[in-house]
Ligand binder design. Structure first.
Ligand code: ASP
Length: 441
């Protein structure tokens, strides 16, 4: 029998999960059954991926930097990465704002729908917790993000997945210092991290064995915990604008890949598909990071010296899908609640959404927290913030799934561009059993 490739297996798991979730919504007690007996499988899978994220960043970034042999190369990669990330994010926000201004999804929405959405979600714990987190973020000064990037305790930083930037900072510092002490003295430490890197990548392979089952569980749970279908339909036009923008972003990445690396964009998307499907199922770029790294390095051929820096940094600071969504959502809320938002004010959105996407955590729903900050930047009345979030809450999870796919695809695209520009885009070197796990002995 022809062995199925990994992305097909994951896709089948997803479709079956959706169907199973749908059937369970019609069965008495089905929702509780899924959340008690099925959801934990998905949660365990996400936890396993997150579990190896920090060791992976540590091992691969140290290996990446110490293989460079020359710090000026690292500076080159660093500057290009940040510059290209800023550009793709700007494109995403401007595209989002263009679409929402042209299509105007908020104008046609009836008073009745607004009331219904508000009544259903304004006191929902999802909305209130997002407002609370946003108010904590906001009380920080302008340079706070720089301060936050520097840990005062390496072990403490490594003990918290949310402190990934601190771990990256520490690891870069460590990698550069290893480079500076000379090859001979650095050898034991370098060998240690090389070996750790191989081991962690093997852990990714092993975790991925369970991916088709895990996505089944994750998607079944998404379906049973979805809101009232009537409310979802009312937000179809808004969701359509976000999804359209996200699709255009994928086309944009395809163009970048074709123009700058001369690779076939469909080949690129096919190689990335397992990571994209996981991003869709988990809604978390951080959880997807180990798989994104594996695909980019082994299946696309980006050298570790580039990917080990570009991808972890991208997972934390480059969120094109999220920033596009923030632009669309902010203007949609303003349109629906008849809050005047002239174009000049929308320029503020460009800047805040850019900064907000840097500050957004790579976890489910984080984009909505930063949306509060974007809304506040245009002086949206604070007493109406909860209503604004309530308006879009019903479709936030599905949109989060789509925007996370774009977030990680953007990271992968930029890693290819940077690699090409420093001559580090080589031939893919997939391991035989990456797609055919039956071959694992
Ligand atoms: N879930 C997204 C991510 O992890 C962030 C967001 O848009 O909420 O990339």
């Amino acid at each position: 029998m022809r062995k199925l490739e990994l992305h097909w297996k994951i896709l089948i798991g997803m479709v079956l999960g959706l169907l199973f979730g749908y059937i369970m919504t019609g069965v008495e007690g089905g929702g509780t059954f899924v959340s008690n007996w099925i959801k934990p499988l998905g949660t365990i899978f996400v936890k396993l991926l997150k579990l190896i994220a920090i060791p992976l960043i540590l091992a691969s970034l140290v290996k990446g930097i110490s293989d460079l042999k020359d710090i000026s190369k690292f500076r080159n990669i660093g500057v290009r990465t940040i510059a290209i990330y800023m550009c793709t994010t700007l494109v995403a926000i401007v595209l989002g704002l263009l679409l929402v201004n042209i299509i105007q999804p908020g104008d046609g929405i009836s008073e009745e729908t607004i009331t219904k959405l508000t009544d259903t979600y304004v006191n929902d714990s999802g909305v209130t917790s997002k407002l609370k987190t946003a108010s904590m973020q906001k009380s920080k000064g302008p340079l706070q993000f720089l301060e936050d990037m520097v840990p005062d305790n390496a072990i403490a930083a490594m003990s918290n997945n949310r402190l990934m930037l601190q771990v990256i900072f520490f690891t870069i510092f460590l990698g550069i210092s290893i480079l500076l002490i000379g090859e001979k003295r650095a050898k034991p430490l370098k060998d240690f991290f090389d070996s750790l890197n191989d081991v962690v990548l093997k852990m990714v392979d092993l975790i991925m064995l369970t991916a088709p089952f895990a996505v089944f569980a994750l998607l079944a749970n998404v379906v049973v915990s979805a809101g009232d279908p009537e409310l979802l339909v009312a937000l179809l036009k808004y969701a359509g604008v976000v999804v359209l923008g996200l699709l255009i972003m994928i086309v944009f990445y395809g163009i970048l890949v074709t123009v700058f690396t001369k690779k076939n964009p469909f080949w690129f998307l096919k190689q990335m598909s397992p990571a994209q499907l996981l991003a869709f199922s988990t809604s978390s770029s951080a959880a997807t990071l180990p798989v994104t790294m594996e695909r980019v390095e082994e299946h696309i051929g980006v050298d570790k010296e580039v990917s080990s820096f570009v991808l972890p940094v991208g997972a934390t600071i480059n969120m094109d899908g999220t920033s596009l969504y923030q632009g669309v959502a902010a203007v949609f809320i303003a349109q629906a609640l008849a809050f005047d938002l002239p174009l000049s004010e929308q320029l503020t959105i460009v800047l805040t959404a850019l900064l907000a996407s840097i500050g957004t955590a790579a976890v489910p729903g984080a984009g909505m927290v930063m949306l509060v900050i974007v809304l506040e930047s245009v002086n949206f009345p604070p007493e109406k913030l909860a209503i604004g979030l309530a308006l879009i809450f019903a479709v936030d999870r599905p949109l989060d799934m789509f925007r996370t796919v774009v977030n990680i695809t953007g990271d992968a695209t930029v890693s290819m561009l940077v690699a090409k520009s420093v001559d580090k885009l080589g031939k893919p070197k997939p391991k035989n059993w990456d797609d055919h796990y039956e071959d694992v002995k």
